[in-house]
Every structure is written in C-alpha cells, then in structure tokens.
Design a protein around this ligand. Structure first.
Ligand SMILES: Nc1ncnc2c1ncn2[C@@H]1O[C@H](COP(=O)(O)OP(=O)(O)OP(=O)(O)O)[C@@H](O)[C@H]1O
Ligand SMILES: [Mg+2]
Length: 524
C-alpha cells in the first residue's frame, strides 16, 4: 500500500517490544510528545470480524532521530555544510533520515468496540495513524458527567468523567505556577455547578466569581458567594459567630499541646462561651491544670488570629469573627452544599491561618452532616460534597501531619465513604505524604518542570505513568495529563480557556443571559 495515499498515516511500526514500540515517522507528518495514535490490525492480519478489526491505541512517549547513514557520514555532511560554502545536497534525504517515535501501548479496542488491556503486539510494518473520533467513542458521557476539556489535538473529542466518582474519590491538581490551575478550576467549578453537586471553594485570590471578568457569577444556575469585602448584589457578607468555634477547629493552626489543653479546658467548662471566658476569666478552678504562660500565649494567638480586642471585660471583634452576628453562617453554607450548590468563599481579605480556620469550621460541619446522613440511610440521596483547597500542603503536608491529623487529612483518608471529597491544588505535590497522594484518585497534572515533583505524582498514580515524565515536563499552559481509575488510560487534555468559553456561552444562550444578569447585575 502506498503510504502517501492516506493522509492519516503518520508512520510505520519497525520494531520494539511490549513496553516500547518503535515507529518510523513519515517525513511530511507531524507527531508530538503525548499524542495518541492508532495501529490498525488490517493489511496482513486476519483479525477482521464483520468488517471490524482490532486497534491498538498508543501514545507517543519519546522522539528521536533515525538514519540509514553511519554517524561518520552524517558528521561529514554537516562539516561540509558548515565549513565549505558549497551546499551539499543529499540524495533521497527523506528516505535516509527520519524521526523515530517511541510509543507506549495504552489499550486494545476489540472488534466489538470494547476496550481491554493490551496483551498482544501488532504486526511489524503495521501502519500507524492519527486517532479518529470513532476510536475514542468508548469515553462516553454518563448522566452526571463532567467535561474538563478535549483530547489534546482533537477538539471534537471531549473527555468526560463521572462527577460522583471523580469528586468523591478526591482530585489532585498539580502544576507549576502559571500553567493554568486556576483556569482549570474555573472550568471544574462551572461543571460541578451544572451537575448540581455540592462544593465549597475557599478562594484566596477572589478570582473564581469574576467580579470584573467572566466567572462563576455568570453560571445560569447561580452559585452562592460569601465575602468579607464589598458584597456584590446577590452575594452574602461573611460573618462567623465566635460561639461557633470549637477547639478542634484549631487543628490546622500551629499550637503546642499545652496550649491546646487550655482551649479544651475552657471549652469543657464554658461550652460555646469558651472564647469570651478565655479572654476575660482568669480564675477558673482548673487553673492548676495548665501553666499561666500557656493561657497568655493562647490569648495572644487568638487575639491576632480572630482580631479580638478586650475592652471593659467585653470582647470587640473587627474582622470576620463576630460576638453577635453570623450565628447561622456555617449551617447555611452546609445546607447549600447538601442542596447541591457551589459555595465560593472569598478569603482574599484573610491571613492564611484565618482562611484555614474558617475552612476547617465549614468542612467539619459539612462532614458531620454527611456522616449523620450515612447513619440515617440518607447518604445516597445527597449530592457529592467537595472541598477545594489551594496550596494543599498547608494542611496535608508531611510536616503538618506529623503534628496530628486535621479535618482535611481525615477526609482524604475516609471522606469517600461519606461522599465527601477534596480537590487539592498544589505546585508542590512532593510535600504531601504518599498515602494521601495515592488516595487522590483523579490526578490532573499540568506542566511541572521539577523532576522531584513529577516523580511524587507518577509514583502515586493509579495508572502506570512511569513513561510520562518527559510528557509532563513539556506540557504547555492549558495542557494537562489526566490520570484516573475512572478513565481507561491517562488522557492528554486540552483545557478550554474559561473566559472565552463563558463569553461564548453568554452570547449563545439568550435565556442564560437574562439569568446571568439577575445574579450580580451591577458587575456585568
Ligand atoms: N486553558 C488555557 N487556555 C489558554 N490559556 C490559558 C489556559 N490556562 C491558563 N492560561 C493562561 O495562563 C495564565 C495563567 O493561568 P492560571 O492563573 O490558571 O495559572 P495558575 O497555575 O493558577 O498559576 P498560579 O500558581 O500562579 O496560581 C492565564 O492567565 C492564561 O493567560
Ligand atoms: Mg492559580
């Protein structure tokens, strides 16, 4: 067969082994690292049943040069071209020199279209072609599917993941700064809102709602938004009553055991009034059980963290924590999540510690509600709840967890039994312990240059990603590799640019637009 006749043929299988197949690339075709290709068992093979044949789905994992000429001849030709002025013209250059592709087997598509793990090799000299939409028809849209983008290089093949499975089994989003984690998150939050799953997003850059640019405010279903800053119409003021704080919420704050003990003693004695008593009451009976110094340090830390001043033995609060307002905030947020809504909390006004404390309170409430639902047999009727965490090593880091567990690490370990999942975002996955990384079943890997960080992910993935290190290093902005037990292989993903996507959706959907305007009208 004349290869030149078929525009889809990009090369021919010329050797290798089960782990790596070597392919001579056709000179006029392009092939990129990470690209998915197909080897058909047509031609000499007899495996054709009812007009269908077996297809090997493979991925380009390395590129190199191949040549029919000795290295000495190649060097000599280069010398002639560089050192002599005359242009040396090589006869049949495209036949003698070529690009070698190294492929990895992904899976086999059988006669009936069903996929299975690859167990056989295709024939030598089999043609290698570009993937067609129909080859990937097995990536099907399920009822609750979330679409995160298209297969890289194939804008007509969307990648779907079942939202129930994906979100309850935790998601890790890793990538170097500027590679597109936030853009991906905007897409993911949008899709979660569309699927009516519950989600809490702590947003330290206030970038997801889109005050002045396209954002989640434009979602036709609407999202719930809390901020301690200027409240846009339809949004809520974030105020949290001090009485809702429990000593256990401070697991995410650095405190010594002695300091924690003081907090637990005051809480045991005074219940929900413990914080005001801690600041105003010096003479409790249990005083002998702790050191005066510990009480002083706890007071100083809480004063700074909660922005409290004590005047005339009364607490004055000037931040998000309040001694009178905000008594239902945490419960309201949990209710929204249970109703399958996305709640975005603008934490840009807070310190990292304050953000974690608030996140810890909300997460503990949601987790408690889901645990109770499991006990009462109502869990299956609830949407999945996921908690989005930026800079996840702050609460899931190895050093933090040696001090003890917190609500986030508890969810990482056992949340999926209760349909509560984490979406952990980080530039430095290597700081997270391996068992927690391994529990993050779906990994969306954006470009990562540092090999240590790539290795941490590769070693903890559900699919064998050992051949993908180079591919991950070469991912551009908005490109990702997605590895998940809910996908048949690690799929190279092109993530849509959220802003353009939303602008297009708004202009396409007139009905949507009228709803959009009713959410935050003055921001449009
Ligand atoms: N899917 C995409 N398509 C096109 N451009 C993109 C895409 N993702 C990101 N970009 C470009 O890269 C820029 C940085 O993306 P983004 O803010 O999402 O990175 P990040 O990984 O969140 O960075 P940081 O770690 O600093 O938060 C965007 O402003 C946009 O210009
Ligand atoms: Mg970001």
């Amino acid at each position: 067969m004349n290869l030149n006749m078929n525009p889809h043929i990009i090369g021919q299988l010329i050797g290798g082994n089960f782990k790596e197949l070597y392919v001579r690339k056709k000179a006029s075709e392009r092939a990129k690292l990470g690209q998915i290709v197909v080897i058909d068992s047509t031609g000499d093979t007899v495996d054709i049943v009812g007009g269908n044949h077996v297809r090997w789905l493979c991925q380009v994992i390395d590129l190199g040069f191949g040549s029919q000429m000795s290295s000495q001849s190649i060097e000599l030709i280069s010398g002639l071209e560089l050192e002599e002025t005359s242009d040396y013209e090589l006869k049949d250059a495209h036949l003698r020199n070529y690009t070698l592709l190294t492929l990895q087997n992904l899976l086999t598509i059988n006669y009936d279209g069903k996929v299975s793990a690859t167990k056989e090799l295709p024939l030598l000299f089999s043609k290698v072609r570009q993937v067609k939409d129909s080859d990937l028809a097995f990536i099907k849209k399920t009822q609750n599917a979330i679409c995160l983008g298209d297969v890289q290089g194939h804008s007509s093949i969307p990648v779907y993941l079942d939202s129930n499975n994906m979100l309850s089994h935790h998601v890790l989003i890793a990538g170097t700064t500027g590679k597109g984690k936030s853009v991906l998150m905007k897409n993911l939050i949008w899709e979660t809102a569309s699927q009516k799953q519950g989600m809490i997003v702590m947003d330290p850059h206030d970038e997801y709602i889109g005050r002045t640019s396209p954002g989640l405010k434009d979602h036709p279903e609407g999202v719930v938004y809390y901020t301690a800053g200027r409240v846009p119409k339809g949004g809520n003021t974030l105020k949290i009553n001090l009485e809702l704080l429990r000593p256990s919420h401070f697991e995410v704050i650095e405190l010594s055991n002695a300091q924690r003990q003081v907090m637990y003693l005051y809480h045991k004695k005074f219940g929900k009034k413990w914080i005001s008593e801690l600041f105003t009451n010096n003479n409790i009976e249990e005083k002998s059980e702790f050191h005066e110094m510990s009480l002083a340090v706890v007071r100083r830390k809480l004063r700074l963290l909660l922005d409290i001043t004590v005047r005339n033995n009364e607490l004055e609060c000037s931040s998000v924590f309040d001694s009178s307002a905000g008594s239902t905030t945490i419960k309201d947020i949990a209710r929204h999540v249970l109703e399958g809504r996305v709640v975005i909390i603008d934490t840009s006004q807070f310190s990292g510690q304050e953000e974690l404390l608030i996140g810890s309170m909300i997460t503990a409430e949601v987790f408690g509600r889901y645990k109770a639902a499991k006990l009462s047999g109502e869990l299956d009727s609830l949407p999945v709840a996921s908690i989005v965490l930026e800079e996840a090593p702050r609460v899931l880091g190895k050093d933090v967890l040696t001090e003890g567990h917190n609500i986030f690490s508890t969810i990482a370990r056992e949340g999926r039994k209760f349909r509560v999942g984490l979406v952990a975002i980080t530039q430095l996955p290597s700081l997270i312990p391996r068992e927690i990384l391994a529990n993050m079943n779906t990994k969306i890997i954006l470009g990562i240059e540092m090999s240590q960080e790539r290795n941490a992910i590769i070693e903890s993935s559900s699919q064998d990603l050992s051949a993908y290190s180079r591919t991950i290093a070469s991912l551009d902005k908005g490109e990702a590799l997605i590895s998940s037990p809910f996908l048949p292989f690690a799929v190279p993903l092109k993530i849509p640019f959220f802003d353009e996507r939303v602008k297009r959706l708004i202009s396409e959907d007139r009905a949507g637009r009228s709803k959009v305007e009713s959410i935050f009208p003055e921001l449009d």
